[in-house]
Ligand binder design. Structure first.
Ligand code: AP5
Ligand code: MG
Length: 213
């Protein structure tokens, strides 16, 4: 299955994608995670993206389209995938369609995780991530076993540089301006399903699987 998870910042795309990866063995491609890996590695691409990301602005279409194109090419056709955080502009969605058409593939399902903006700030402000393996926690709803420490590799958890209130406000504006139209794009193609993202991660995961059945 070729699946796209779409939704506002902090909706739980990464959290749900991780569960689908574990359950279905599909590879996950998150442009946000890829960009953060570039930043950690200090690449030119990472340096170019850093200021935009920290301000909550989208990075250029060319950069993210290039990253996804390279990842899909490397994986080869026919294995299925989960895209998390891509596409988030209509230009990216068009580029993805063209990329897939070339290899005789298409998107099978697009799931929008709906969470009201009023809940988003709490989710994002409480998020802690492992800088080493990318695991995502929340101080209240998904705490690690030992406060501040990754369960999987013992690394000190950090807050993302774009998880400040100013950056969150900008990320929500960018979402409204650029990413909502992407939902419309897939709605027109008859591929979009909505999943209520309010509730425990287990409850949301149950709804997600029902939407994929
Ligand atoms: P990206 O990394 O994609 O960030 P985002 O879209 O803002 O989404 P998040 O990762 O913040 O949220 P999420 O939905 O994954 O939620 P999570 O599962 O972590 O992008 C970052 C930046 O990179 C962008 O701003 C842009 O600059 C750039 N970028 C990336 N892709 C791009 C693209 N395609 N084009 C241009 N620029 C791009 O959950 C959040 C928190 O909530 C966690 O603490 C979690 O534990 C908790 N939580 C999850 N589910 C629940 C639940 N059901 N109940 C309670 N808490 C929950
Ligand atoms: Mg994420």
């Amino acid at each position: 299955m070729n699946l796209i998870l779409i939704g506002p910042p902090g909706a739980g795309k990464g959290t749900q994608a991780k569960r689908l990866v574990d359950a279905r063995g599909l590879p996950q491609y998150s442009t946000g995670d890829m960009l953060r890996a570039h930043r950690s590695a200090g690449t030119e691409l990472g340096k170019a993206a850093q200021a935009l990301m920290d301000a909550g602005k989208l990075v250029s279409d060319d950069i993210v389209i290039g990253m996804i194109s390279a990842a899909l090419e490397k994986a080869g056709a026919g294995r299925g995938f989960i895209l998390d955080g891509f596409p988030r502009t209509v230009a990216q969605a068009d580029a993805l369609s063209a990329m897939l058409a070339k290899r005789g593939e298409k998107i099978d399902r697009v799931v929008m995780v709906d969470v009201p903006f009023s809940l988003i700030v709490d989710r994002i402000v409480g998020r802690r991530t492992c800088p080493k393996d990318g695991s995502v926690y929340h101080v209240k709803t998904a705490p690690p076993k030992v406060e501040g420490i990754c369960d999987l590799d013992g690394t000190q958890l950090v807050q993302r540089a774009d998880d400040t209130e100013a950056a969150i406000t900008k990320r929500l504006t960018e979402y409204d301006q650029w990413t909502r139209p992407v939902a419309g794009y897939y709605q027109q193609l008859g591929l979009l399903r909505h999943v209520d993202g309010v509730g425990t991660p287990d409850e949301v995961y149950g709804r997600l699987n029902a939407a994929l059945a």
